[in-house]
Design a protein around this ligand. Sequence first.
Ligand SMILES: Cc1cc2nc3c(=O)[nH]c(=O)nc-3n(C[C@H](O)[C@H](O)[C@H](O)COP(=O)(O)O)c2cc1C
Length: 303
Amino acid sequence: MRILVLYFTQSGQLREILQSFMQPLSDYQVDFKEVKPLKAFPFPWTSDEFFDAMPDSVLEKGAPLAPLDEVEGPYDLIVVGHQPWFLSPAIPVTALLQSPDFKRLAKGKPVLTLIGSRNMWINAQSSVTRMIEAAGGRVVGNVPLVDKTNNLISAVTILYWMVTGKKDKMWGIFPPPGVAPKDIEGTADFGRLLKSCLEEQRLEEVQADFVATGRLRLSPNILFIEKRGKMMFRIWAGLLAGLAPGSRKRRLGITAFKYYLFFALFLVAPIVLLVYNVLFLPFLFPRFKKKRQQLLMNDFSNL
Ligand SMILES: Cc1cc2nc3c(=O)[nH]c(=O)nc-3n(C[C@H](O)[C@H](O)[C@H](O)COP(=O)(O)O)c2cc1C
């Protein structure tokens, strides 16, 4: 059994998640391969660079990567670690999944995805699934890891992490950003479930086993924001993509987007969510539960 683990990471968080996940499978031949853009993305980011990554992320434009040509297939299973950027796959992940190298390795193979996100991974996973299928692979499972802190608090702390590079308590009082160390360690449990499925030759059932743990999270409020957020991001991305990188107009546009995002996230969303939770959610909850089950089973057919 040969397993290839492909990932991109800036802080190392996604590598830690993947190492923990693969630890119970160490009897197999497991090859880790980190994807590197030819021109590195900044980490820590400046605030302007961070928001400037939105249009290309949302429009799924990859950036050139160092080739994977020394990776020799065939592999029995491919594991892809990814992280959402602006409700879309991170630019290097898009580049990977669209690359001839990935198509060569994934064609006709089962692929399992792991996500190291803040808390909004649905749209990105829907795109990643589509890209893997376009490459001829078959997604058999997905383990999404999130920062379980309140949505507004984690929006603040993740930005702090991204612009300082420090995964510690902002001002000594906020909770630490990112996926909790306990949850990263706990990813090994999912690796154990994968191992059983591989040994019992029932890989097609692995996602049902993952979901049955009850540890995959998706709240109605997050799904509500994600769906509307992605619609708005597409509009902004379309407007901003036409502005030349580095130009004054682009800088102004990106600044406008940044303030729009703060306004939407910290002012509009809490009010709309309050109304949604009080007036609508009690009636819509059974429908949401069905949809959650479908999304956790990696079915995005009617997102
Ligand atoms: C430009 C950018 C945009 C991001 N947008 C999102 C997002 O839309 N949803 C989300 O859950 N996390 C988002 N994150 C957090 C990442 O998904 C990820 O958890 C974090 O960057 C750590 O990943 P690493 O392993 O690459 O260091 C974003 C991060 C970056 C750098």
